[in-house]
Each structure stands twice: as structure tokens, then as C-alpha cells.
Design a protein around this ligand. Structure first.
Ligand SMILES: [Zn+2]
Length: 387
């Protein structure tokens, strides 16, 4: 069922000799300014969203369009026009996964006569979409995948791919694409504290810290608010472009830019103070003196604990600028160890887990945001699949 993908040379209409003059109906064949539910415009906005340097090119009319290098199938049954790039793809395939595309095709009155083979021509519908060519290309790759089912089990998608999949999956109501892409984000930006996790978010391979700006915007766009706390904390702690990196936004390889909204920038600035205060307070509580009910040689162990506290005083940067959920080992100075008895070590490990779990549970409060169900345990397994 899936079409075979072939790469073809990009050609402009001017050098297209297998195609008669376009029978466009200009009054009908116009860009659709808002397709389906949740349509978003890619033009203009540079605040709390994305903008592309070529956004002004999305007129679609009165200028030559290029065929896409990757998606121009000679037996394709619909032409999609994204800005100045044309994609010839399979109408039935898109309609089968997207009720929005299905309706767009049903409503489309603009056609162009194209060749199907040596002898036959075909009145091919021409549908303009307001999406960027890059986004549409990601979408068509997914739709033409030979392996439906789990999209991300065997490979790690880039940020741009996940962003396009969630925005276009939502807009064109491609349920599986949308839900699997949100699940992928949730696995890296979780809402429950994981013991082995020492940072708010473990970035997917190849992603930059500032890609978390886009994750915040996707959470706002979709209402998937459980993504917000760890994405905001990643923004707060991002160091890759200096302390003010989040102010200047994130630029992708294709030149598109993404910025936090003023409201989310304010949340980051205010939340940073609250988060760092909570981290420092938790660290000092972990190293409270231990009493003789736990330890058989409390004097020696408490001397070692005081030594760690003293080293923390000399290294406040660790608490003010480092990981907001530092491991016990990282708090114990350059050697990464503390000379206490096994019972005291168990106690410190237990305190550490309890304190960082407590900070995690308070993240929405510390950031001043509301996240329904934050930190809630998963539903009981017994109810799953009950008949
Ligand atoms: Zn001890």
C-alpha cells in the first residue's frame, strides 16, 4: 500500500515539458489561511511560537513553484503546495489517515491537468496548505512509511520532526501520529520523579537544551501541560548559549526560530530563584546531623557530614547553577564520597531521594503554574483490561 519513495530532480514549471499549461482557477486555487481545527499560522509570530525566515514566501500564487526533491510521484493523485514548493502525493493515502485532508480534497475545486503516463492525462486537484515545506515533508515521510505502528521504537526523531508531527498531527487530526509523538516527548519530559534521573529532563539524542523552548510552546499549543515543568526547568538551566540563551530563542538548522512567550520567560526568571532556593534548602537538609538511633559511631559520621557541608559552602555554584536535582555523589565534593558508616550512607541515600522527590513534586508550585495530576502515581494496573 505504501508508495515507494524516489528522489527526483527539482524542476521549475518553466522547464517542465511533460505537463500542459496549468489549468489553474485562481479564484479557487488560493492558499488556505487556516486549515482544520487548531490551524496555526507560521507567519509573523516570533513570540511564543515559531517563525521561519521564508514565511513571507507562502503566497503560493503568482510565482513559480519548485517540485519537491523527495515527494513528487509521477502517479500521484493530488498536488499539495506549501509556500513555493509543490508535492505530488497520494490523495487516498492522506484521506485515509486524516479526516481534515479528506474534507480538504472534497472541497477542492482547483485542478491541474497532469500526465499519468505516455497516453493519459489526469485532472489533479491542487491544494494549498499554509505549512512550511519542511513540516509537510516530515508529515509525508511518516505517511509513506513502510512500517506503520510504533513510529519511534527503532529510531530517535529530531526535534524538528517531533515538532512537525505534533503540530500537523493535531491540525490534520492524524491521531496516531499525534499521540505517539506526544508520548515520545512525555518519555523524556516526564511528570513523575524517576530515581535514576538526576536532571529535570533527559534530552533525546541529538537535541539541544534550547529545544526545550519548543517543547514549552508545544505544551502550550496542545494543552499537554504535564510537559511544562521539566521543559521549563530545562530552559532555566540551559547553559549552551550563555545565561540569557532563552531570551534570544532557539534557531534551527533550517533557519526557523522559536521563542518563549513573554509569560513563559517571566515564569523562567521568577521560577529560577524559587527552584534554586528549594535545591539549596534540600541539599542542606540531606546533610543534617545523624543521631545515635541510626548510627553506632555518630561522632565520626557527623564529622564527615559537617565536612561535606563545609565543602558545599565553598562550592555554592553547584547549588545555584548546576543540576537542580544533584546526586548524593556530586554533592560530596571532588572525591564523590563521604566517610560515613553503611547505616549512615543508607540514611543519606534515603534523605536524598526523599528531598529531590519533594522538590520535583513542588515544581508547579515553584514555577507558579498549574499542572493537573502532577506527580500522581499511574492508575492501578488491575483496572487495565478489566472486563
Ligand atoms: Zn554512621
Amino acid at each position: 500500500m505504501s508508495p515507494r519513495i524516489t528522489r527526483k530532480r527539482s524542476r521549475t514549471k518553466e522547464d517542465d515539458n511533460d505537463q500542459p499549461p496549468a489549468k489553474r482557477e485562481p479564484e479557487l486555487d488560493s492558499p488556505q489561511s487556516g486549515v482544520g481545527a487548531g490551524a496555526t499560522s507560521t507567519s509573523g509570530s516570533t513570540s511564543g511560537g515559531s517563525a521561519h525566515p521564508h514565511a513571507e514566501q507562502q503566497t503560493g500564487q503568482g510565482q513559480a513553484s519548485d517540485r519537491d526533491d523527495e515527494f513528487w510521484f509521477e502517479d500521484g493523485t493530488v498536488i499539495l503546495v506549501a509556500w513555493n514548493i509543490e508535492f505530488r502525493f497520494y490523495k487516498g493515502l492522506l484521506a485515509s489517515v486524516s479526516p481534515v485532508f479528506k474534507q480538504l480534497f472534497a472541497d477542492c475545486r482547483a485542478v491541474r491537468t497532469v500526465r499519468m503516463d505516455q497516453d493519459q492525462t489526469f485532472s489533479c486537484p491542487v491544494v494549498h496548505v499554509p505549512d512550511s515545506p519542511e513540516d509537510l515533508r516530515y508529515l509525508l515521510r511518516t505517511c509513506s512509511s513502510k512500517r506503520p505502528g510504533r513510529l519511534y521504537d527503532e529510531r530517535e526523531p529530531s526535534y524538528q520532526e517531533i515538532s512537525a508531527a505534533i503540530r500537523l498531527g493535531r491540525k490534520y487530526q492524524i491521531a496516531e501520529l499525534y499521540s505517539q509523538s506526544v508520548e515520545f516527548l512525555q518519555s523524556y519530559f516526564p511528570n513523575i520523579f524517576l530515581e535514576q534521573r538526576q536532571t529535570a529532563a533527559l534530552l533525546p539524542p541529538g537535541w539541544k537544551e534550547l529545544d526545550a523552548i519548543g517543547v514549552v510552546n508545544l505544551a502550550r499549543l496542545t494543552g499537554e501541560l504535564s510537559l511544562l515543568p521539566s521543559a521549563l526547568v530545562t530552559c532555566i538551566c540551559a547553559k549552551s548559549t550563555g545565561p540569557n540563551g532563552i531570551v534570544h530563542g532557539n534557531t534551527q538548522a533550517d533557519g526557523s526560530e522559536e521563542h518563549l512567550s513573554p509569560n513563559d520567560l517571566a515564569i523562567c526568571f521568577n521560577g529560577k530563584t524559587s527552584l534554586r532556593t528549594a535545591t539549596a534548602a534540600a541539599a542542606f537538609r540531606i546533610f543534617k546531623p545523624i543521631d545515635s538511633r541510626v548510627c553506632k559511631r555518630p561522632a565520626a559520621c557527623n564529622t564527615a557530614i559537617r565536612e561535606v557541608l563545609r565543602s558545599l559552602e565553598d562550592n555554592l555554584g553547584l547549588l545555584l547553577d548546576g543540576d537542580p536535582f544533584p546526586s548524593l555523589r556530586s554533592l560530596c565534593g571532588p572525591r564523590g564520597s563521604i566517610a560515613v558508616c553503611p547505616d549512615c550512607m543508607d540514611m543519606l541515600q534515603e534523605r536524598s531521594l526523599r528531598e529531590w522527590s519533594g522538590v520535583w513534586d513542588r515544581l508547579p508550585e515553584l514555577l507558579g503554574i498549574h499542572v493537573p495530576g502532577w506527580g500522581a502515581p499511574p492508575p492501578p494496573q488491575a483496572e487495565v483490561g478489566a472486563t
